[in-house]
Design a protein around this ligand. Structure first.
Ligand code: GLY
Ligand code: MN
Ligand code: MN
Length: 440
């Protein structure tokens, strides 16, 4: 913990340095960062689960306290306006005493609508960063989530501090424990619903604490890319299992996927091939490499796998260029990871907000950035039998390049995705997911 406090101090220095830089560039006194407010459910007296502003939790591992604020100017100790109402209905946040508290000036707010008393006087010189523009208006902010400030912060947050890297390793280690428990539950015959319960209890995190809705899919459900339905009844035959599930540590996310075959068969061999290919792509990561090029390289490698498994025929380039590989692998290779699962900044060429679009043929790619030291990314190639994407191939000459019998053989298994979380270092890459023992 002492080590974490040490790294945290440097983390705050780096965030302060960034604030000093952007506020001088934009002629601002500083930033006021709002944790958020509860969202009330329609016609109800209950709120949706609270999701904190990522720019707030960048400063502190406080993810569950709405109506709190950070006032940062790049020079002074950050000031935290910490919400502690008199409330006997809900749990009131404890006064912070964790490792981070000594690096922050903490003042307490007992009534959410009295925050103006604790904010800087000439608020017009400060920029509001948060979700509630109506609140910002009432408080008198004129600079609200401006593109220039957000682009700057989002660009630089891709460069993780050592404190953040420790948190992300922890998020991986925790999720790996859950993945191992989930794998055992699958082979022991658990349903999708039961597997998720096993996963969550292994990591000791609730459904609203994990960084995204976990995907736990048996058989053909593995072909539904964002499947979160969770069948409670087991299928008649057990073929395959895809789990895409992460964990949270101090507000930082892991995002991991594994796929398993219930028996040794062609699908199991295909998982081995995809796993090897995923590791080859990770081996290509280093500073200076463009992420979009890795995505394209993955399509070429996938084309060869599809040829080897007699799913398609033809030459590798033609299969990619005609969009045949895209019908089997429709999503992006991965994305930046951090405070958010799909961390902001994946398309930024610079800190002024210059956007690099995805290649036209690959609209779902979420990262076009050039890799640099201390970035964290997922690498998550997939291959699926998705009939709605394969149907157009049947409408033209591409149908002759697909072996529909092999497609029929693979359909009951749904699909494969293998997803690891990787840190780019100057001399090497660090695969956090495998490091904690989650292999094929
Ligand atoms: N779990 C969401 C993703 O892999 O991007
Ligand atoms: Mn992902
Ligand atoms: Mn994922």
């Amino acid at each position: 913990m002492e080590q974490l406090a040490h790294l945290y101090r440097d983390h705050i220095s780096e965030l302060n340095r960034r604030v000093a830089d952007i506020t001088s560039r934009e002629n601002l006194s500083g930033l006021v960062i709002h944790s958020g407010q509860p969202h009330r459910q329609f016609l109800d007296d209950m709120d949706y689960p609270f999701k904190v502003n990522p720019h707030f939790k960048a400063w502190l591992p406080v993810t569950d306290n709405p109506n709190s604020w950070l006032v940062v100017n790049g020079q002074d100790k950050p000031k935290l306006i910490f919400y502690r109402p008199a409330d006997f209905w809900h749990k009131v946040a404890d006064e912070p005493t964790d490792f981070w508290a000594e690096f922050i000036d903490i003042v307490y707010l007992t009534k959410a609508d009295k925050v103006a008393e604790l904010l800087p006087n000439r608020i017009d010189d400060w920029a509001y960063i948060g979700e509630h523009l109506d609140v910002a208006d009432v408080l008198g902010f004129t600079n609200k989530n401006s593109d220039s400030v957000l682009s700057y912060l989002n660009y630089h947050r891709a460069n993780k501090t050592d404190y953040e890297l420790v948190c992300m390793r922890q998020a991986n280690q925790i999720a790996v424990t859950g993945h191992q428990a989930a794998k055992t539950a699958f082979y022991n015959g658990a349903s999708e619903f039961e597997i998720l319960q096993v996963y969550l209890s292994a990591i000791s995190q609730g459904e609203n604490q994990v960084p995204y809705g976990s995907i736990v899919a048996l058989n053909q459900n593995a072909a539904i890319l964002h499947y979160t339905a969770l069948e409670q009844v087991n299928p008649a035959h057990r073929h395959s299992f895809l789990i895409d599930a992460g964990a949270n540590y101090n507000g930082y996310a892991s995002d991991i996927t594994r796929t398993y075959a219930f028996e040794k068969n062609i699908f199991d061999d295909l998982i081995t091939a995809m796993d090897n290919m995923q590791l080859q792509i990770i081996a290509m990561m280093k500073p200076g490499v463009n992420y979009a090029d890795l995505h394209i390289a993955t399509h070429h490698k996938l084309a060869q796998i599809l040829i080897d498994f007699d799913v398609v025929s033809g030459d590798v380039n033609g299969l990619v260029e005609q969009g045949i590989t895209s019908a089997f692998f429709p999503h992006g290779l991965g994305h930046m990871l951090g405070l958010q699962v799909h961390d902001m900044g994946g398309f930024l060429a610079d800190d002024k907000g210059t956007h690099i679009a995805s290649p036209v043929a690959h609209p779902f790619l979420r990262c076009t950035r050039t890799l640099a030291e201390n970035q964290v990314l997922t690498i998550e190639p997939g291959v699926y039998i998705i009939d709605s994407l394969l149907a157009p191939l049947k409408q033209d000459k591409r149908q002759q390049q697909v072996n529909w019998r092999t497609v029929d053989t693979l359909r009951p298994f749904g699909g494969i995705r293998i997803e690891d979380n990787v840190i780019i270092h100057r001399e090497n890459t660090e695969n956090m997911t495998r490091k904690f023992g989650l292999n094929r």
